[in-house]
Write a protein that binds this ligand. Structure first.
Ligand code: NAD
Length: 429
């Protein structure tokens, strides 16, 4: 559990951006609180016959640009401030990505690794039953997040469709392909970050073979960005997961790492099993050490609050691309900016996932299915357009890239609010 109010920290970023944005002060005041919060208790019959009651949340932060959109996280550290912060980031991510969506998020306080598959399915279906009137294809559309996946999205879609007595694939994205999932959704977050890095490569004239990269978090997002960069010849010198990390100055063999990690579920297997360990020939490092390595690019792709005021001054990487949501605290941001680091912020760098989720929703709503090439082409167009929009704002206003991304988001949300007319937004009698 973070030792500071993560939501307050997230919202504080608006004040810096507001000075440069074209939006009404009252609209910003409104954006400092979520629109709706739902908290539910989820009773679940366990396999041994006992009962456990889990707590779940769904938060809709703002829907000025469209239905709220955002993932559902299963994690023991889920808390309401965290879900509110994640919903807030979704509002700005969707705005920065140019999508017709607002921001939402959900979570259940649970360690899914402790549940059997049947217990996990029962808990998931019960959670959907409890939030079934809160979500919907035109109001609030969930997706996967940490420790939830396509299979869980499939159960959610099935449960929602059963409750509403009609097939509703557009209520949830990140589904398995046979249930209406989109090709290209599985690696979309990693690919979006990769496309941002390709923009940086062109602007900064990086040579992949000379560019050393450390990746914290080797789950869905971390693995795909590592795989794509490795295929282009980049040197991924360190990766880690919740149990620790590995480092190899000459660069790791990413495809082998992915195979071993996915067979064994933990990176530990890579350095604990003799034969693989010898093949990889890497040093074991902690997550803290990974963040402070002498590398050219650092990719936090695990959880929030990893770069804090305690370690920010020790970060050596000149460029940080935030694949995780909220990996850098506000205080750490000030230190990184002071030290001249370039931080490509989460609301831009990890927007590939929600962009392809939007493609999935569009395909579901018109009964279409696109080829993976079509998805990649559209994603590339979006990421390049929005990376350059934020980059231009950063240069024009002479501000850091995170503030620039918030300015772009605030301008778009502000324009939508102004177009609605302020009476509906600020109803006062
Ligand atoms: P995931 O569950 O697939 O993987 C998370 C990884 O982080 C795992 O390898 C886990 O072992 C590791 N991890 C957990 N705690 C850690 C710690 N303290 N130190 C180092 N590693 C740790 O999750 P994911 O989908 O890859 O998401 C990772 C981050 O990316 C999250 O912040 C998530 O919100 C963000 N994100 C994901 C998507 C998506 O589409 N998957 C989209 C946008 C943002």
């Amino acid at each position: 559990m973070p030792d500071h109010d993560i939501f307050a920290d997230a919202v504080a970023r608006l004040d810096a951006a507001f000075q440069h944005a074209d939006i009404d002060q009252e609209a910003v005041q409104r954006l400092k609180q979520p629109k709706q919060i739902l908290e539910v208790s989820i009773p679940v019959r366990m396999d041994d016959g006992s009962l456990r009651v889990f707590t779940g949340y769904r938060v809709r932060h703002d829907d000025s640009l469209g239905p709220t959109k955002g993932g559902i996280r299963y994690h023991p550290n889920v808390s309401l401030p965290e879900v509110k912060a994640l919903a807030f980031w979704m509002t700005f991510k969707c705005a920065v990505a140019g999508l017709p969506f607002g921001g939402g998020k959900g979570g259940v306080i649970v360690n899914p690794k402790e549940l059997s598959p049947l217990e996990l399915e029962r808990m998931t279906r019960r959670f959907v039953e409890l939030i079934a009137d809160f979500i919907g294809p035109e109001t609030d559309i969930p997706a996967p997040d940490v420790y939830t996946n396509a299979m869980i999205m499939g159960w959610m879609m099935d449960e929602y469709s059963t409750i509403h007595r009609r097939r509703t694939p557009d209520v949830i994205t990140g589904k398995p392909i046979p249930l209406g999932g989109s090709l290209g959704r599985d690696d979309a977050t990693g690919r979006g970050a990769y496309l941002c890095i390709k923009e940086l490569e062109a602007k900064r004239h990086w040579k992949p073979s000379e560019t050393r990269i450390a990746v914290q978090g080797f789950g869905n997002a971390g693995q795909h960005v590592s795989r794509l960069l490795h295929a282009d010849g980049y040197r991924i010198v360190a990766v880690s997961d919740s149990k620790g990390g590995i480092h190899k100055a000459e660069g790791l063999d990413v495809p082998s790492l992915i195979r071993v990690k996915n067979e064994s579920r933990v990176l530990q297997a890579v350095y604990c099993e003799g034969s693989v360990c010898e093949a990889v020939q890497s040093d074991v490092i902690t997550n803290e050490e990974l963040l402070e390595l002498d590398v050219d690019l650092l990719i936090p792709a695990a959880l929030e609050d990893q770069i804090t005021k305690e370690n920010a001054a020790r970060i050596q990487a000149p460029v940080i691309v935030e694949v995780a949501n909220g990996p850098t605290t506000g205080e750490a941001d000030d230190i990184l900016n002071r030290d001249g680091k370039l931080v490509v912020p989460d609301i831009l760098a990890n927007a590939g996932g929600v962009t392809v989720s939007y493609f999935e929703w569009v395909q579901n709503r018109c009964g279409d299915s696109w080829t993976v090439e079509e998805v990649h082409k559209r994603l590339e167009k979006c990421m390049s357009r929005e990376f350059n929009a934020v980059n231009s704002m950063m240069q024009e206003k002479r501000i850091d890239m995170r503030t620039a991304a918030y300015v772009v988001g605030l301008n778009r949300i502000g324009a939508a609010i102004a177009s609605q007319g302020t009476a509906r937004f600020f109803a006062h009698k």
